[in-house]
Design a protein around this ligand. Structure first.
Ligand code: 5AD
Ligand code: SF4
Length: 495
């Protein structure tokens, strides 16, 4: 364990930076599952009449970690607030995947300094993926010494203990385990609304050369099937309408089990039988997408016909240097198999432009793949080096302007496909889960189709949280519009 404080001079003995060679050597041993989490007795009342605020950056995994931290804080008596001045604890749950997420956090720390000066009892903490990076922790220690607490992604269950240390110590409390932790099963979670996230696995062993995640989140480890299934059953009992199964690479689920042969396809087949209307998952990796999984997804029911399948590039040389472990041909073949089994499937993706050495021709391959697959949408990224990853040692030689132009062209191509695909929906009546009022117009309701498309339509507020049928009338690029088909209010499962 590596708990320390800022008075210790030789910080390096408490923290090992990400190391590609060490991380790649990691084995399957040592992961234990614990079912015995408890908030210590002397911390159960500590938050009475006090407030917390957590700012979350990055992916859904982080959002879900925030729900866990909130769950623990509420067991300690704290309540949530949106008002920074009212907060007794402010935590920044950070993301290391993209450069601008890191810049935002450092900017935010600058603003929070004034709050801390006004209210010295305020506990200010930084957690999440950035805390797993040595450079970041050093920078906080030097430039933002007013931060009280830093903890990593493997230390979340230690929040009550760490908070106590931060409250009663005058030093900065830092606990970051560079080696992944065990699986802690019974952490409390503060879930809200009609949709719930469920972790099925942690970490990633893929080591794509641009990606920091295998270092910040540790090695792949799957939750036991019975624990995942029990959690989904409980969410169904509580009335949640949709669950999102989470993992960096969900279809590697179960590869680390040594005692049972049970993979992601088996898990989906079991969850399919649970009475929860919609089940999604993210993110899947093309390499581990096996035929059994396709067969199970084709059974539909509560398994929706949307697959997020990051391709990253359409060029074999770049895919090889990204260490994606598939080719363009393999990806296209997988898409063909998926479309054959699920003809109405919606495919979305993650794509990076400007990877080191990417030529114009190689970028054109990405554009042609995008057109060939016909993604309904994609998250697009400009490559930025992450310290400690193999790609960071490659010359980042594409001028910023060229990277930007490629991003614009890619987004234009994606928008054109999206428009075409949405136009095909005109006149169709689709099942929509109503999530709330539209952001810009309180008279309009917003919901999602099974394929995760945003739908706007007019209807009474009582429909929020329900499934309704909507006939699609108009298809602007970023959402679709329709008319509520009144007689068909449904609560049943999908097709
Ligand atoms: N630069 C740009 N994009 C990145 N991603 C991950 N690492 C980087 C990086 N260094 C993107 C990938 C991944 C998504 C979550 O973020 O496309 O799928
Ligand atoms: Fe990162 Fe995803 Fe590759 Fe894992 S599979 S290294 S999380 S991009």
């Amino acid at each position: 364990m590596t708990t320390t404080n800022k008075s210790k001079k030789d910080y390096s003995i408490y923290f090992q930076p990400p190391s590609y060679s060490d991380a790649k050597k990691r084995g399957k041993e040592d992961i234990e599952v614990h079912y015995d989490f408890n908030v210590p007795e002397d911390m159960k009342e500590i938050g009475k009449d006090k407030f917390y605020l957590i700012q979350t950056y990055g992916c859904q995994m982080n959002e879900h970690d925030t729900e866990t931290i909130k769950g623990m804080l509420e067991q300690m008596g704290y309540r949530s607030t949106d008002d920074r001045k009212q907060a007794d604890i402010i935590l920044l749950n950070t993301c290391a995947v993209r450069e601008n997420a890191e810049d935002k956090v450092f900017g935010e720390l600058g603003h929070l300094k004034h709050l801390k000066l006004e209210k010295p009892s305020l506990i200010l903490g930084v957690c999440g993926c950035m805390s797993q990076e040595e450079g970041v922790v050093n920078r906080i220690m030097k430039k933002h010494p007013f931060v009280d607490l830093i903890f990593g992604t493997h230390n979340i269950h230690r929040v009550p203990v760490l908070l106590k240390e931060a409250m009663f110590s005058r030093e900065m409390v830092i606990e970051v385990w560079s080696k992944e932790g065990d699986i802690i099963e019974n952490l409390p979670k503060k879930r809200e609304g009609i949709k719930a996230w469920v972790n099925i696995m942690y970490g990633c062993d893929k080591f794509c050369t641009y990606c920091i995640v295998p270092y910040t989140r540790g090695k792949e480890r799957s939750r036991r099937p019975q624990d995942v299934i029990a959690e989904v059953r409980e969410l169904a009992r509580q009335g949640f309408k949709e669950i999102m199964l989470l993992g960096q690479n969900v279809n590697a689920y179960g590869k680390d089990f040594e005692d049972i042969e049970y993979r992601f396809g088996d898990l989906m087949d079991d969850i399919r039988k649970i009475d929860i209307p919609r089940v999604r998952f993210t993110t899947s990796h093309p390499r581990d997408f096996d035929d059994h999984l396709i067969e199970v997804l084709a059974k539909k029911g509560n398994l929706v016909e949307h697959i997020h399948l990051p391709v990253q590039s359409g060029n074999n040389e770049i895919l090889k240097r990204m260490s994606r472990k598939y080719t363009r041909e393999h990806y296209l073949e997988l898409v063909r198999k998926i479309k054959k089994a699920i003809p109405d499937v919606v495919l979305t993706s993650d794509i990076i432009v400007g990877f080191p050495g990417e030529t114009d021709e190689q970028f054109e391959d990405t554009l042609s793949l995008v057109n060939e697959v016909g993604f309904d949408s994609a998250f697009t990224f400009i490559y930025s080096p992450r310290e400690g990853t193999p790609a960071a040692a490659m010359p980042d030689d594409i001028p910023a302007e060229v990277k930007k132009q490629r991003l614009y062209r890619l987004n234009d191509a994606l928008n054109a496909i999206s428009k075409q695909r949405n136009e095909l929906l005109k006149g169709q009546t689709l099942e929509v889960l109503v999530e709330g009022e539209s952001k810009n117009n309180a008279n309009v309701l917003a919901g999602r189709t099974r394929t995760n498309k945003l739908v706007h339509f007019e209807g009474p507020k009582e429909l929020i949280g329900q499934f309704v049928q909507v006939r699609i009338t108009e298809t602007p690029t970023f959402y679709i519009k329709g008319d509520w088909v009144q007689e068909a209010v449904t609560q049943q499962l999908g097709s």
